[in-house]
Design a protein around this ligand. Structure first.
Ligand code: F6P
Length: 480
């Protein structure tokens, strides 16, 4: 990566920051947020030694930044610069909570939660994108640079940057699905959002299907010229390349970490404390988000216990559900549903010595997550719609023992690559229950065959490969 960047500055921009500084009493502590995006890109920035521009959201963030709002991270071994953008409560309410998560998120995910279109949120979304643009331009100065914008919070940013610095190479990666045109057209600001995204030289999605949806949307809404063969779309004389770059995880690190003594000890501790000895363990690890299909997963588990009674007393399902975006009503609702469903299953089937569902709602350490993945006979990823879903790839990467079954939603981007998973339609509860049984009944030879095949896929396309292919593409555009 450093070789191909040469003397160019590599700049990543996202709303969520990779390191958050907060107070623990009077002490300042640094934490990693629960975010697939930051988890995936942190190793990339470390390797490229670039700059990351993001919203400074921690209560102690200002205490550790310099006069230019910069801090070197990670603090114990600084490898790159984090430039923080300060947002007021009002800006966060309109940009992050309102427009990003009550318009863009439900609009792009088919989870049957309607978007809430508010003019005031749109105004704030525009203003915050402008604020990010000023910070990026300030960081870049006159230097040659490659800018990689992340996600749906910053759909207007690239166009704003290019308006000031037309020769800067700017790409954007969209971490969530791109919805079909018929859905996207309901957005009152559809033209502005699309024009903003077409400010990019390169626009990346996880799968070819999302690229097609996007191209189709621009063709219908902007009457843009789409060249399907060249994977490019031209609007107002400017071309944008639209290509799939399936994101991934740091396979080698996760695989190695899973075999460490710390993880072995954590497995023993969890097994003891959660009474898992002799049990078949299932796991789910998600942010508590309505797109993740957690209620459907629990309903399927209840149906499984009803229809396959021989497994009662033998299976424990651990759902790690990390609270997320909690001031939005639809997120509070999914939290309530998950608690009610878990309690319902436990009271119907559980006994004094066995609870079929264990909910963990706190943030878990990387070691604890690795231990859970290693303890599992099966891992369930049942998203109703998901750009990629890195939990699926993390599970595969952690299973250096080549065992464990992945039950994976057909509607997660990961299903396009992990074909040896047990694929499931999370909306079809009866069928889903049968798939849980299938996973538990699978022979060891078959489990190993599938896990080996999935590990080869993830090992061959790690996060570094993802970053390198986007960078190579951006640099070739710079040199064209
Ligand atoms: O899926 C989109 C995404 O940005 C992820 O990459 C990330 O894991 C998640 O949303 C985090 O959400 P937030 O920044 O709202 O906490």
């Amino acid at each position: 990566m450093q070789r191909s960047l040469g003397d160019r500055l590599f700049l990543v921009v996202s709303n969520r920051e990779p390191y958050v500084h907060g107070f623990s009493g009077k002490r300042i502590v640094c934490q990693r947020p629960v975010s697939g995006l930051t988890e995936a890109l942190d190793p990339v920035l470390r390797a490229a030694r670039g700059t990351w521009v993001a919203h400074g959201s921690g209560s102690a963030d200002r205490q550790v930044t310099d006069a230019h709002d910069r801090v070197k991270v990670p603090s114990e071994n600084p490898e790159y610069t984090l430039r923080r953008v300060w947002l007021s409560d009002e800006e966060v309410a309109g940009h992050y909570r309102g427009f990003s998560n009550e318009v863009m998120w439900p609009l792009c995910h088919i989870a049957f939660v309607p978007p809430v279109f508010r003019d005031t949120d749109w105004e704030m979304y525009r203003k915050v994108n402008e604020k990010f643009a000023r910070a990026v331009l300030d960081e870049v100065g006159d230097r040659p640079a490659v800018v990689l914008v992340q996600d749906y919070h910053l759909a207007l940013l690239s166009r704003l940057i290019k308006a000031q610095r037309p020769r800067l190479v700017v790409g954007q990666f969209w971490h969530i699905p791109w919805t079909p045109y018929e859905v996207f057209r309901t957005c009152p600001w559809r033209e502005e959002l699309l024009a903003g995204l077409l400010g990019n030289d390169l626009l990346g999605f996880h799968t070819p299907a999302y690229c097609e949806n996007f191209l189709d949307t621009t063709r219908h809404i902007l009457r843009a010229k789409v060249n399907q063969k060249a994977a490019s779309v031209t609007h107002q004389g400017r071309p944008t390349l639209v290509k799939p770059f399936p994101i991934s995880v740091d396979f080698a690190r996760l695989s190695e970490e899973a075999g460490t003594e710390a993880v072995r000890q954590e497995m023993a501790r969890l097994s003891r404390e959660l009474n898992l000895a002799g049990k078949l363990v299932g796991i789910g690890v998600d942010r508590l988000d309505y797109t993740k299909g957690i209620p459907q997963r629990l309903q399927a588990l209840g149906r499984f216990l009803e229809n396959f009674p021989a497994y009662r007393g033998r299976v424990v399902f651990i759902q790690a559900g990390i609270p997320s975006r909690t001031d939005i009503e639809s997120y509070q609702e999914v939290g309530r549903q998950v608690h009610e469903l878990a309690a319902g299953i436990n009271s119907r089937y559980g006994s004094s010595s066995w609870q079929p569902v264990l909910l963990m709602t706190g943030q878990l350490s990387p070691v604890a997550l690795s231990a859970l993945r290693r303890l599992a006979s099966f891992c369930v990823v049942s998203a109703l719609h998901d750009g990629m879903n890195l939990v699926a790839k993390e599970f595969v990467a952690s299973r250096a023992d080549e065992d464990g079954v992945l039950i994976l939603s057909e509607f997660a981007g990961a299903a396009a690559e992990l074909k040896e998973a047990v694929l499931v339609n999370p909306f079809a509860i009866g069928e889903f229950a049968v798939k849980i049984n299938e996973a538990l009944e699978m022979s060891e030879t078959e489990r190993r065959r599938r896990m080996k095949a999935m590990r080869a896929v993830v090992a061959g396309h790690s996060i570094y490969r993802w970053a390198a292919s986007i960078l190579e593409q951006l640099i070739s555009l710079a040199e064209a």
